[in-house]
Design a protein around this ligand. Structure first.
Ligand code: AMP
Length: 106
């Protein structure tokens, strides 16, 4: 847990947030500034600044599994996923997250 990280605070319950889905090591919540009718973020509970820092293959798998589970839960079959890695690629929050974007509202 990184004390200065907003997503650490959200994922670990320090900032109360409604989770759309939660697994053992990940949470999914709505993006505060949605760029599509449905815009969620899949976030590991443990802090990794970027995808480049993640070396836990089980967690990689669990993150993608959470994408599948939350879209299945919301009955969304068509969606985009995005991971911005590094400032040059547009990453603004340096806690690894997968964007899920869809035309359907949750
Ligand atoms: P990125 O550019 O990939 O780092 O994306 C960061 C995303 O986090 C943006 O889409 C923001 O709207 C979103 N975001 C920032 N702060 C919050 C927050 N407190 N709760 C939910 N989403 C957030």
């Amino acid at each position: 847990m990184n004390e200065d990280c907003i997503f650490c605070k959200i994922a670990n319950g320090i900032i109360p947030t409604k989770f759309v889905y939660e697994s053992a090591n990940t949470v999914v919540f709505n993006d505060i500034n949605p760029k599509a009718p449905m815009h969620m973020l899949v976030v590991p509970k443990k802090h990794y600044a970027t995808l480049n820092d993640l070396d836990d293959k089980e967690l990689m798998s669990e993150l993608l599994q959470s994408v599948k589970e939350v879209t299945k839960k919301l009955n969304i079959s068509d969606y985009k996923t995005l991971i911005n890695t590094g400032k040059g690629a547009g990453q603004e929050v340096f806690h690894l997250h997968i964007h899920i974007l869809a035309d359907k509202k949750s």
